[in-house]
Design a protein around this ligand. Sequence first.
Ligand code: NAD
Ligand code: ZN
Ligand code: ZN
Length: 357
Amino acid sequence: MAKTEHPVKAVGWATRDPSGVLSPFKFSRRATGEHDIQFKVLYCGICHSDLHFCKNEWGFSQYPMVPGHEIVGVATEVGSKVEKVKVGDKVGVGCLVGSCRGCDMCSQDLENYCPKQILTYSAIDTDGTLTQGGYSNIMVADEHFVVRWPENLPMDIGAPLLCAGITTYSPLRYFGLDKPGVHVGIVGLGGLGHVGVKFAKAFGAKVTVISTSEGKRQEAIGKLGADGFLNSRDPEQLQAAAGTMDGIIDTVSAVHPIVPLINLLKPHGKIVMVGVPEKPLEFGTFPLIAGRKTMSGSAIGGLKETQEMIDFAAKHNVLPDVEIVPVDYVNTAMERLLKADVKYRFVIDIGNTLKSD
Ligand SMILES: NC(=O)c1ccc[n+]([C@@H]2O[C@H](COP(=O)([O-])OP(=O)(O)OC[C@H]3O[C@@H](n4cnc5c(N)ncnc54)[C@H](O)[C@@H]3O)[C@@H](O)[C@H]2O)c1
Ligand SMILES: [Zn+2]
Ligand SMILES: [Zn+2]
């Protein structure tokens, strides 16, 4: 029988069932092991994956669930063998808290593709208990899965980099969309999309935002620095841009047409799916065949690359646009997220608004 009680008392906001409604929740965290870092959570971003998970839209949610995988705070206790940080240092945890550390993927710093990876919440930990995420006052994780937080990076604004940041940074890098001279399309201007635009611009690429919301045109170009904007509901605009892009990162969270996007690619162009709609997408193969195009997917990033991404963001001032909210606003935030009514990421001010008793 799995042990369910740990010695460290914790509080958070959890959902108990696929209604997805979150409410205060008392639970426990394990004692700090020799390789562990325990930290006081100060900020946690709200990712659309939290919403998919809360409502069991992917079919593998485990309850009760404290979501949150864009977690930033300050180390309060470190195990005797921890080398990465000391008490008082700023730290972050993203989507992963464990992996096998020995497989082919792990040995290439790709813990994100380890078959035994352990997600930050809604997963079974090595001791048989459920992992719980960052909508909580305290966190503990093996130092391997903890990121050192750069001194000059604000913790509130920077928190979304731990998922939205790495999820766009990693495919831009891996698929060679990280240099001047390449034309990158970013589909969906939400949490992931807006950070993707900022990273692609920081790499020197030409960036076109592809969105269903005409209202985002001005902001995409004027504020986020995109070079162009395509309204994906306007076939004429899409036709005019056909065959112009080297790569596309698709961040859309719901079912949407793919063929018009594939048509935007040059021959040998690549479309990388990072959004995870709850139902399958449909597409014919002709648009891929014509021009030997590639369709791929990408999941977050390994820990080495996550640290590299955070350091790059701090150095090049790649900062998410956030709306900071108190923890008791989280259900409203989820409703607004579903309606794409946020510019562009909610971050919960855990440190100042989550009561610890
Ligand atoms: N691959 C990964 O590792 C990874 C990591 C994080 C998030 N995700 C997934 O990426 C997706 C986006 O996450 P996010 O946090 O940026 O979400 P978000 O809600 O902030 O952004 C999603 C965007 O998609 C747009 N959109 C929604 N429905 C649409 C439709 N039918 N047609 C066109 N556009 C539509 C919204 O307007 C919004 O701009 C989610 O599915 C999330 O689960 C994947
Ligand atoms: Zn996420
Ligand atoms: Zn592994």
